[in-house]
Design a protein around this ligand. Structure first.
Ligand code: ADP
Ligand code: ADP
Length: 223
């Protein structure tokens, strides 16, 4: 299993205690494609932050690729995140002053990959998302769908085991959303494990598995 959540809880204490996640169990095998849906405040972002090793459970255990993450210090968690997990966000998070290629190469900022190899791998990732012709453009000159595909190239060029996407089509029109979802289908067909948070049921139905989250509790939908 890539991901095993065992009775994971996350509480926030601010005067009163909020249980953002409550006794969550989840297994994700290599090659799974999971959509998480649920209303605002249900715990989706908390879940993604925990899966992405950006936050820690306050109870239970998260095993990533068989490793109990509660036993890792912050440095090891960052290293594991950098080597194994890619992130895609609703608002793309591209740097406007850099070219498309330079934006993708930012994925290697914390690694020790030689420059020539960084260029090769970024170029290859841009080919994979169909943006070879945009390599030297600036993000401001691209459509929303193209920008999100640059962000996806950046997320996958390091070869992650798991890709986490938070409302990846939330800022896109229907046609651009479709091109992003098509790309996710292809990445998943190539074996990448995907978790997508979405409000959009049509998007969620593209995934192989769907879980709903409500008041911090997970419910899996039958297929
Ligand atoms: P969603 O992403 O589904 O909208 P969140 O995971 O952001 O939901 O939030 C789940 C619950 O946890 C909400 O009640 C929210 O207010 C609370 N919460 C999330 N982050 C924090 C935080 N940093 N401090 C306090 N409460 C938080
Ligand atoms: P959105 O683009 O969907 O609005 P946010 O900017 O709210 O996403 O980011 C969602 C979460 O991811 C936040 O908790 C934020 O701290 C975190 N985050 C943002 N950018 C990065 C990044 N480049 N790497 C890792 N985590 C990030």
């Amino acid at each position: 299993m890539i991901v095993e959540l065992r009775q994971v809880g996350r509480e926030f204490r601010r005067g009163t205690t909020v249980r953002a996640l409550n006794e969550v169990d989840l297994d994700l095998a290599a090659g799974d494609y999971l959509a998480i849906t649920g209303p605002s405040g249900a715990g989706k972002s908390t879940m993604l932050n925990i899966l992405g090793l950006l936050d820690r459970p306050t109870s239970g255990e998260y095993l990533f690729d068989g490793v109990a993450t509660s036993g890792l210090d912050d440095r090891r968690r960052s290293a594991l995140r950098g080597a194994s997990i890619g992130f895609v966000f609703q608002s793309f998070h591209l740097l406007p002053g850099r070219t498309v290629l330079q934006n993708v190469m930012l994925a290697f900022v914390y690694g020790r990959v030689p420059r020539a190899e960084r260029i090769d791998r970024a170029t290859e990732a841009l080919d994979r998302v169909g943006l070879t012709h945009r390599t030297d453009f600036h993000p401001g000159t691209l459509s929303g769908g193209e920008r999100q595909r640059v962000a996806i190239a950046r997320a996958v060029c390091t070869g992650p085991r798991l890709l986490l996407a938070d409302e990846p089509t939330g800022n896109l029109d229907q046609a651009n959303a479709e091109s992003v979802m098509q790309l996710f289908d292809e990445l998943n067909a190539d074996g990448l494990t995907l978790v997508v948070i979405t409000h959009d049921i049509a998007i969620a139905e593209r995934a192989r598995r769907r879980v709903g989250i409500s008041d911090g509790r997970l419910t899996e939908f039958a297929r």
